[in-house]
Write a protein that binds this ligand. Structure first.
Ligand code: ADE
Ligand code: ZN
Length: 340
């Protein structure tokens, strides 16, 4: 007997993990408007429609400039808790049980939040996410490549000294053009020797070389985006054999013009090569996307059915640095949702 499944409903009901999500980029339009009105000289529109237009990105460097402007509006620990409360509510609405959030302590310090205040805000926000929304949060402390190796070293200092509850690993965002991942190897080595996971972005806007560098120079255990790997069969085989997951964010890649269109997105190539792939939203407040929608578009654009979507959800749970108990619970719930 065949069972007809409404894939959109299935995508919404799937218990999920979200492994690639930036704190500032997760802020809803309403939250950013509130912050912008508090700081009307910050260069961020205070009108809803204007803010929407502000979020139309010409290219990746333009996106990063806008991201930095919004980052400068987040000035206090209380602002960070406000962002986390909004984020946890949004995640719960999409059945996300666990998320690893990229937090950029050096950029937060530049906006006026010292490291002690940031660590305390993360502890408070994590507690609130758990008790009020049933969402477990972990932290990836990333540096912006524009800040160079010194920025990465300060980020590692923050992570190792503060280690707020939920600390998972160290990341690296920002531009890739003219910045070599290899330059950050000493900071990543110090972080991994201190027990942190290596979780850099690579191959978001450039080809396979930087993904190779993330693996060989930074010891990457998961890679943010990694879509530049798609043109290198040997690299795809390496990622598949060594089970190095890619955190793939299709809507983000279209919004920042990293790929020309969803139809040309390399996600199906990655999946067909056996690379572990998880779905994520990156900066959902800026890209007007959510995690259920990313699963749905895999059905609508790439023709994935419930089995493929369930495999992606399982891969996320397996790639997450949550407790084993939470992982088992999520996997059990995914399996229970499949038509028998
Ligand atoms: N910072 C925030 N979002 C980012 C992205 N998609 N890539 C690199 N750095 C980022
Ligand atoms: Zn990112």
């Amino acid at each position: 007997m065949s069972v007809i499944v409404d894939v959109a409903k299935f995508a919404a009901a799937l218990p999920k993990v979200e492994l690639h999500l930036h704190l500032v980029g997760s802020a809803s339009l309403e939250t950013v408007l509130t912050l912008a009105r508090r700081h009307p000289d910050g260069g961020v529109p205070t009108d809803r429609e204007e803010l929407r237009r502000f979020y139309a990105f010409r290219d990746f460097p333009h996106f990063l400039r806008v991201y930095h402007d919004v980052n400068l509006l987040v000035n206090t620990g209380a602002d960070v808790v406000t962002l986390l409360a909004g984020l946890a509510e949004d995640l719960a609405g999409h059945n996300v049980r666990y998320a690893e959030v990229q937090v950029t302590p050096v950029r937060n310090r530049m906006a006026g939040i010292d490291h002690d205040d940031l660590a305390q805000a993360l502890v408070d926000g994590r507690e609130l996410a758990r008790t009020e929304h049933g969402v477990e949060l972990g932290w990836i402390f990333d540096s912006d490549s524009l800040l160079g190796p010194a920025g990465a070293e300060e980020t590692v200092d923050f992570a190792l000294r503060q280690r707020p509850a939920g600390t998972v690993g160290i990341g690296l965002g920002g531009p890739e053009l003219n910045v070599r991942r290899a330059d950050f190897a000493p900071a990543f080595r110090r972080a991994t020797e201190g027990g942190l996971r290596s979780l850099p972005h690579a191959g978001e806007t450039v080809g396979p070389d930087e993904v190779w560098a993330a693996v060989t120079e930074l010891g990457a255990e998961r890679i943010g985006h990694g879509i530049g790997a798609a043109t290198d069969p040997r690299l795809l085989e390496h990622l598949a054999t060594h089970r190095i997951p890619l955190e793939v964010c299709p809507s983000s890649n279209v919004a920042t013009a990293a790929v020309p269109s969803l139809a040309e997105h390399p996600l199906p190539t990655l999946v067909a090569a056996g690379v572990p792939v998880t779905l994520a939203t990156d900066d959902p407040g800026m890209f007007h996307c959510d995690l259920t929608g990313e699963y749905r578009l895999c059905h609508e654009v790439f023709g994935f059915g419930v089995d493929e979507l369930a495999t992606i959800a399982r891969t996320g749970a397996e790639a997450a640095y949550c407790t084993p108990e939470l992982r088992t619970q999520i996997l059990t719930e995914i399996n229970a949702l499949l038509p028998h």
